[in-house]
Design a protein around this ligand. Structure first.
Ligand code: UD1
Ligand code: M6R
Length: 371
């Protein structure tokens, strides 16, 4: 039931404050006068010791689920101190890449039925790794075949383009990082700040959803373009990949997410006064590097759309030649949850304006059960 909305994708984008609340329900413990705030993940609590002892954590997934894992990688590395590597499920299988008994392999999947991810799961199990699932579908193959895991509880997602599952997956993986790191006293202040940020995140997402009309106007401007580049780095490298994936899969416009640190190693050659480029430059440890990227793109007359933190519009678009999208600032590791929302809205409006099927893009299936 789409309720007041025209499409499931639109409904699922707008219900993210509620789906995020459901994802966190019963899992954040507020603490007491002397007790710290903590995270309780029922599906992981008996396995945390094993995970902390593992030599490596390997994230495995496809498409949006891979991007959600990529968004969570920095905070998991920071709070666990364990090396975290990334695998696209089909590529791990193609290479028959090394997976060991000392590894924790984390399988991320909305449907829990993706064939590539399932094959990689069988492979990792056969190699003796501890297999953890992060899935939205209770009783799915991945939920059943993993040794343990966490349901993301985002509610059924109907639109082929994954939106609310992405933001809930990131929140679950941040909670996983908090749970794994919970025995480290030195990071307790950081962990409590993240928990406070999580509790307030639905409000911040409600706030960023108010950009709907602004994103529709932007879509109108971009309607006849051939391509859109999206630059991000750090926590928001994943936002660039996921924003571009949304735009290409539903609006059928070519779009590419680019790690900003790679700009001079090739992509800069594409920059001219015609190609639209979105740059994610919200406040975090990478902000000054993104400011210099913006300057270099300006110098080449790039057509820029800059996503920045509230209050930064004037400073990021000093030359006046670019459009700024201001978003609320949150804890650095939660910023990808806020930043993807305007790009989801942009992809949605571009699709409607270009007259394409929003909920069932041509050639795609919601759950990819064949290789
Ligand atoms: C569970 C209940 C929830 C209840 C709560 C009360 C289920 C599905 N969940 O939630 O209804 O409100 O206790 O404390 O009954 N698992 C995997 N692989 C996955 C995902 C999950 O093996 O990919 C396993 C977990 O290790 C766990 C079980 O499935 O044993 C349920 O996981 P989850 O729903 O995340 O646990 P809780 O949040 O504790
Ligand atoms: O169900 P899964 O999360 O395993 O699906 C993985 C991908 O097929 C999926 O995310 C796909 O990329 C979506 N169409 C993205 O919106």
């Amino acid at each position: 039931n789409k309720g007041k909305y025209d499409h499931y994708m639109q409904k699922e984008i707008h219900e993210q404050p509620e789906s995020l609340t459901t994802t966190m329900r019963g899992r954040l413990i507020r603490g007491g006068s002397r007790k710290p705030k903590t995270v309780l993940l029922g599906g992981l609590k008996d396995h945390l010791k094993t995970i902390r002892r593992s030599r490596r954590i390997v994230f495995i997934g496809c498409g949006t689920s891979y991007n959600a894992a990529l968004a969570s990688r920095p905070i998991l590395e920071e709070l666990s101190g364990i090396p975290v590597s990334m695998e696209i499920a089909s590529d791990l299988w193609d290479r028959q890449g090394p997976i060991y008994r000392e590894d924790t392999a984390v399988f991320v999947s909305q449907s829990g039925e993706t064939a590539d991810t399932l094959l990689a799961l069988d492979y990792a199990r056969d190699n003796g790794a501890l297999c953890v699932g992060i899935t939205n579908t209770v009783g799915s193959s991945i939920a059943r075949k993993t040794h343990c895991g966490v349901h993301i509880n985002a509610g059924a997602e109907i639109g082929v383009a994954s939106t609310k599952a992405y933001t809930s997956q990131i929140v679950v993986m941040v909670m996983v990082a908090l749970a794994i790191g919970s025995d480290t006293i030195s990071s307790q202040t950081r962990r409590e700040a993240i928990i406070d940020g999580l509790l307030d995140l639905p409000n911040k997402v409600r706030e960023v959803l108010k950009l709907d009309e602004e994103m529709k106007d932007l879509a109108q401007l971009l309607i006849d373009e051939q391509s859109l580049l999206v630059f991000g780095r750090g926590y928001n490298y994943a936002t660039a990949l996921e924003g571009a994936l949304k735009v290409k899969e539903v609006s059928l416009m070519h779009s590419e997410g680019i790690l900003a640190g790679e700009m001079k190693h090739g992509p800069l050659a594409l920059v001219d006064e015609n190609l639209p480029i979105a740059v994610i430059a919200t406040r975090d440890a990478c902000f000054s590097k993104q400011q210099s990227v913006i300057q270099q793109l300006h110098a080449r007359k790039g057509r820029l759309i800059v996503m920045c933190s509230k209050g930064d519009a004037a400073s990021v678009s000093s030359s006046g030649s670019c459009r700024a999208i201001e978003v609320p600032q949150v804890e650095d590791c939660l910023q990808p949850v806020v930043n993807i929302v305007p790009l989801q809205l942009l992809a949605y409006h571009l699709t409607v304006l270009r007259g394409h099927n929003v909920d069932q893009p041509r050639n795609l299936a919601k759950s990819v059960t064949t290789q």
